[in-house]
Write a protein that binds this ligand. Structure first.
Ligand code: ADP
Length: 192
C-alpha cells in the first residue's frame, strides 16, 4: 500500500531523524521543506536566497513560495507511491492547500504523525545539534522564535487532523530506537 504521511511536532522533536528512518522503512521519499530550503540556500539559488531572510529569523517562508515548492515536489515520479512530509503543512492555510494537492492527485493521507516532546528538552536537543551540524537557525533566540511560531501557527493543525481521525500522537522522549518502535506500532493500523 502507499503510505502518505504528514509529520507534526515542535522544532527539535525529531521529525527529521525519525522521518528519514520511517521513509527508509516504508520505501517512500522523505520530503522535508526545511531541508529543501537549506539545500537551495547552500547552492545559492533564488529560492534559497528568498527563504534565507525568513529562516534566519525563525519565521515561516511565505506560503506562496512554500506551496509552489511542495506542489512541484509532490508531482515528481518518486512521490507517486507515497511520501513522508516533514515540515509541511506548517499553518492552517498550508493544510488547506495540501488537501487540494492530494485531491488533485486522487490521494488521501494515511495519517498525521505528531511527535510530542517537552519544550525545554526540544531546546536542549537543538542546542546540542547546533554544535554538531552548525545550522544557522539553531541559536537560542531563533529557536525560541521557532517555538513561538510553532505554537501560534502550526499547533492548530493538530486539531484539524484529529477531528478527521487522522492524528497519531507518539511520545518523542526516549532513545532513537525506542521512538522508532513506538512510531511503527502506532502507525501500523493506519498503514495496513
Ligand atoms: P525545525 O522544525 O527544526 O524548525 P525545519 O528544517 O523544519 O526546522 O525548518 C527550518 C525553517 O525552514 C523554518 O523555520 C522556516 O523558516 C522554513 N520552513 C520549513 N518548512 C516551512 C513551511 N512549511 N512553511 C514555511 N516555512 C518553512
Amino acid at each position: 500500500m502507499s503510505a502518505r504521511l504528514v509529520l507534526l511536532g515542535p522544532p527539535g522533536s525529531g521529525k527529521g531523524t525519525q522521518g528519514a528512518l520511517l521513509a527508509d522503512f516504508l520505501g517512500v521519499p522523505e520530503i522535508s521543506t526545511g531541508a529543501i530550503f537549506r539545500k537551495n540556500l547552500s547552492e545559492g539559488t533564488p529560492l534559497g536566497l528568498e527563504a534565507q531572510t525568513y529562516m534566519s529569523q525563525g519565521h515561516l517562508v511565505p506560503d506562496s513560495v512554500t506551496n509552489a515548492m511542495v506542489a512541484d515536489r509532490l508531482s515528481q515520479p518518486d512521490a507517486a507511491d507515497g511520501f513522508i512530509l516533514d515540515g509541511y503543512p506548517r499553518n492552517v492555510e498550508q493544510a488547506g492547500v495540501l488537501d487540494q494537492m492530494l485531491a488533485e492527485h486522487g490521494w488521501t493521507l494515511s495519517a498525521a504523525l505528531e511527535l510530542d516532546l517537552d519544550e525545554e528538552l526540544a531546546v536542549k536537543r537543538m542546542l546540542h545539534r547546533a554544535e554538531i551540524e552548525g545550522r544557522a537557525d539553531d541559536t537560542e533566540p531563533v529557536i525560541r522564535e521557532r517555538l513561538t511560531v510553532y505554537h501560534q501557527q502550526t499547533e492548530p493543525i493538530s486539531s484539524l487532523y484529529k477531528a478527521r481521525g487522522d492524528l497519531v500522537v507518539v511520545d518523542g522522549d526516549g532513545t532513537l530506537e525506542q521512538v522508532t518502535e513506538r512510531i511503527k506500532a502506532a502507525l501500523a493500523p493506519y498503514l495496513s
